[in-house]
Design a protein around this ligand. Sequence first.
Ligand SMILES: Nc1ncnc2c1ncn2[C@@H]1O[C@H](COP(=O)(O)OP(=O)(O)OP(=O)(O)O)[C@@H](O)[C@H]1O
Length: 335
Amino acid sequence: MSITVQGVRRHFGAVRAVDGIDLVARSGAVTALVGPNGSGKTTLLLLLAGLLRPDAGTIDVAGHEPGVGTGARAVTGWMPDSFGTWDSLTAREVLTTVGAAYRLPAAQAGERAAELLDLVHLTDLADRPAHVLSRGQKQRLGLARALVHDPQVLLLDEPASGLDPRSRVDLRVLVRTLAAQGRTVLVSSHVLVELDEMADDAVFISAGRTVAAESLATASAARRPWRLRALSRTGLTAWLDEAGIPWRADGDGADQVAAEPAPAGFGPPAVDPTEANGPDAAPATAGMVVVDLEGEAAAADLLRAAVGAGVAVTSLAPASGALESAYLALEEERR
Ligand SMILES: Nc1ncnc2c1ncn2[C@@H]1O[C@H](COP(=O)(O)OP(=O)(O)OP(=O)(O)O)[C@@H](O)[C@H]1O
């Protein structure tokens, strides 16, 4: 029930929208499709949905070739990046109409519509014309529409765009649940932090070509920046220097030293040769630096060593998501 794409090309006149894409999206997993604007994500998803035919290459969606017969369409749920609605239909009617198109008996289509409206929190708006819904509400209706026929394969093009924070969390939980049920989910998004929390695998595309594919576990273990904060910034940097661990100021300005003073009596004092404990000594000021670490094991080692040396560390966390780091590293490589 997975998706396999090999050497697929689709040109529009002189524009090489998709120019050699290979990918595998496993069943039971969420695969992120990542690439800059115009890199061919939507064109690829249209090819997978059978709404465009490739000029070359092969596509297999759960054992079917999209656009040939109805096999692929019957198992695929497609959510486009913007939801086009029929002006005269209500949200509920959109879903029952799609249910009818998938040959669901009327009673079953009605039940399914009610269930999905509830799932995407649109029950209150079920009988409003769909075209008056807000952008985020339309996105949610679009997701419900993709699920009407209980598809095994889901193609979601920018599903989080326009969603409020609560709806984004709901979307993430729903997508994870659908994958846990054994479905194949392919999601494109520009919001990499969101994909980080949703995806198992990632496929990076650029200028219509696949440039890399990796699991999130691999991306998370790769070298990337982490922010390290302590009650005394000078104590922290002195220890890092002594331990020979390269560090830099936080480029976002988050290392501004004029942060809050260290609260008295909170944890053990930091070892800080530059801050004597005499009566004239300035109070320690909290602050943050950035260190490059290879994955969580390296982070745990650093934390253990810092705390062991008496540095009052208050936080250590990745400065960017695994996908964002992998994406930026690829961009850097390609320059
Ligand atoms: N019907 C079309 N006719 C001509 N050019 C097209 C057509 N559809 C897409 N393109 C071009 O193909 C390229 C890939 O477009 P596509 O929409 O697939 O990119 P995308 O990665 O989805 O972009 P975005 O992230 O901005 O949504 C772009 O250069 C686009 O202008």
